[in-house]
Design a protein around this ligand. Structure first.
Ligand code: HEC
Length: 236
């Protein structure tokens, strides 16, 4: 494994990302750069505050150039769900949905936030462990039981937006689980504990924990109080 530093700060990338079909060329340019540096794996560090379309555009470019991901599927058809920065561990978690709707996790170790951008000084792992299987499973349950009210991407409809930092009730992962299991009295959010197993409820909590922070442009306006849920699920 090569030791390398990536300096793909968002600011500098924004200017470089072309609007539309030149995207692939951009991805190749990055790829070429890393090849020249004799780095065998490519990953980008994207500002979590980026708008979703910018993020999508950058992520597609990078995924197009990621050689390692070719072993998993067609990078062009993968979608980055989110970019989660875990401050306490200097980790960047990038949940990615593959063309088969499986969720995998790209974990960047030792990402340092230095004002101008994110710097990567550690290895990159593409992870498909038990937790990712549970996320994949949870997404299926979500699409069957939750998306009609919370939206396909968690953007919110009748139910609140699950991708922003504002929560009406749930302030912790445990409370997310509680609201799924026991519902919210007097609202259409019913108790799901009679319809879902404890495992499924747990998996949904895990899934919801990776949705927060996407800053989707078309999300339902914020409701409730600003809360940063703990995302320690991948660190244990
Ligand atoms: C019929 C519509 C509906 C369905 C289906 C539904 N929800 Fe909800 N959900 C709501 C509403 C409305 C609220 C807000 C309740 C309130 O005002 O406290 C809510 C609240 C929540 C909250 C708390 C949000 C917050 O801001 O604190 C979570 C988490 C949640 N739902 C998850 C789920 C999950 C997971 C499923 C699928 C198993 C699901 N919901 C299915 C309508 C729905």
């Amino acid at each position: 494994m090569f030791f390398f530093i990536v300096t793909l700060g968002f600011e500098s990338m924004e200017a470089q990302v072309p609007a539309d079909d030149a995207q692939y060329a951009f991805g190749k340019k990055i790829f070429q750069f890393f090849k020249e540096q004799k780095i065998d794996l490519i990953i980008g560090a994207i500002d979590p505050k980026a708008q979703d379309d910018v993020k999508q555009s950058i992520s597609t470019s990078i995924l197009n150039g990621m050689e390692k991901l070719k072993t998993i599927g067609d990078p062009a058809r993968m979608k980055i769900i989110n970019v989660l920065f875990v401050n306490s561990r200097n980790k960047l978690l990038i949940p990615v949905m593959t063309e088969k709707n499986d969720i995998i996790m790209i974990i960047l170790d030792n990402v340092i936030n230095r004002g101008g951008g994110l710097f990567l000084a550690g290895p990159v792992h593409v992870v498909r462990s038990e937790k990712e299987k549970r996320l994949t499973q949870a997404r299926k349950v979500y699409m069957a039981k939750c998306f009609s009210c919370h939206g396909q991407y968690g953007e919110g409809m009748v139910g609140p937006n699950l991708t922003d930092d504002y929560w009406k009730y749930a302030k912790t992962d445990a409370e997310v689980k509680d609201v799924i299991a026991n519902g919210r009295k007097g609202t259409v959010m019913i108790a799901f504990k009679d319809y879902l197993s404890a495992q499924e409820i747990n998996d949904l909590m895990l899934y919801i924990s990776i949705l927060q922070g996407q800053r989707l442009r078309k999300g339902k306006p914020a409701e409730g109080n600003q809360v940063q849920l703990l995302r320690n699920l991948y660190l244990q």
